[in-house]
Design a protein around this ligand. Structure first.
Ligand code: ADP
Ligand code: MG
Length: 387
């Protein structure tokens, strides 16, 4: 193992959030599953009838939960960990429409509706600014998408022209022109210093929370501009936003930690078969299927864990059974029609809960790390003197 201090073994934490029924579900007369919370706030009984089981998680967030409450039970402790030099990972898992993106992003411009990523950015920069003035710090943001087993950089995509082309083109031509060239995508590599990383991924320097929120907006625009025009693909890609935090203190000690937010594709297994070949449907579901296999292998204590079977599990390898503090946010709907998916997601959480991680404090060891920090500080000084 590369560097760091003694590691603490800790189970992955599970937070289960149940969203309220939407206006359209209510208008359609949807019946809701019955739900009963245990007195401890950790056990939940969900179901149409008494025969359905009780699930135990670390915290149940009922439909009345506000975004700020969800934050304080999930990402808040990860920001604290990252400030101490430990990698943190928050993974949103659940069926399409369960509330993953609402929880992760929400409306960043609205104090009440802002999701976990904008809240974490404010929390992180607030703490860094309050920290000892002699410390040198840098934060970099990356944002990637995995779709059909291809990894794309969401911060480095050719700009999409929305202006109507000079010559009248068919809608199909416009869609084709704006579709990114998927190619083979970015490669995943491993180094002794940095563990597993995506090669060539843009690392945008962030100096305040607004920079992170801008990366989120730019990345989401690239995501939707590229693929959502076609069909419901956005729900079937995985997106991971990562903040890399480097700190060097006056006493010469240093830390290096990553904070990742993974908004996964819908966990439902059925592919929307319309217009897709079986091979395509398999590719779309590959990462979610493989995530189940990895979680099953880890929770059963198997020696061989098939991390390399998909891009998602390879990128999340450290978060699942490795050097990271990890929280899984399960997002589910209570409307009756989603019952099967809700139970499936809760069953997944029961297996994931048995996974043990051992996070340690990482220090800035490589010359490259220190170079990055120095370059960033010089760039920041340049900005200040230019004002
Ligand atoms: P997912 O990303 O899991 O597919 P979304 O986050 O897009 O699901 O949520 C589906 C719909 O439900 C959206 O219209 C969203 O605004 C709404 N929604 C999700 N969670 C909540 C919540 N906790 N409170 C209110 N509305 C929610
Ligand atoms: Mg979503």
């Amino acid at each position: 193992m590369p560097h760091g201090e003694a590691s603490a073994t800790e189970s992955i934490r599970i937070a289960a959030r149940f969203r309220p029924s939407t206006a359209s579900e209510i208008a359609a007369g949807a019946r809701e599953l019955r739900m009963k919370l245990g007195d401890d706030g950790k056990s939940v009984w969900v179901g149409p009838d008494e025969a359905t089981g009780v699930y135990t998680v670390d915290v149940v967030l009922p439909p009345s939960s506000a975004q700020v409450q969800v934050y304080s039970h999930t990402a808040s402790e990860l920001v604290e960990a990252v400030l101490q030099g430990t990698h943190g990972s928050l993974i949103a898992y659940g069926p399409t429409g369960g509330g993953k993106t609402f929880s992760m992003v929400g409306d960043p411009s609205d104090e009440r509706l802002a999701g976990l990523i904008p809240r974490a950015a404010h929390h992180l920069f607030g703490e860094l600014k309050a920290a000892s003035p002699g410390a040198q710090t840098s934060v970099h943001c990356s944002y990637l998408e995995i779709y059909k087993e291809v990894v794309r950089d969401l911060l480095d995509q050719p700009p999409v022209e929305f202006k109507p082309p000079a010559k009248r083109a068919s809608l199909r031509d416009t869609v084709e022109a704006s579709r990114p060239k998927l190619g083979r995508g970015l490669a995943i590599r491993e180094s002794p210093e940095h563990g597993i990383f995506v090669e060539g991924l843009t690392q945008a320097a962030a100096h305040e929370a607004a920079d992170v929120i801008e990366c989120l907006a730019v990345g989401n625009a690239n995501r939707f501009a590229g693929i959502a025009l076609h069909d419901g693909q956005a729900a079937r890609s995985h997106c991971i936003l990562t903040l890399t935090v480097r700190q060097k203190f006056e006493d010469g000690s240093s830390t290096y930690a990553r904070l990742s937010f993974a908004d996964l594709a819908g966990s439902e297994k059925t592919a929307h078969a319309t217009g897709e070949t079986l091979a395509e449907a398999r590719l779309i579901n590959a990462s979610i299927m493989c995530l189940s296999n990895v979680v099953a292998a880890l929770s059963d204590g198997k020696e061989y864990v098939p991390y390399r079977d998909s891009k998602l599990t390879r990128i999340l390898q450290e978060s699942l059974g490795g050097n990271s503090k990890t929280v899984i946010l399960l997002t589910c709907a209570l409307a009756d029609e989603h019952a099967a998916e809700t139970h499936e997601a809760l069953r997944f959480s029961q297996r994931a809960q048995r996974i043990k991680n051992s996070a340690r404090v990482n220090s800035l060891e490589s010359a490259a790390d220190i170079r990055t920090l120095k370059q960033d500080l010089e760039a920041a000084r340049g900005l200040v003197s230019a004002l």
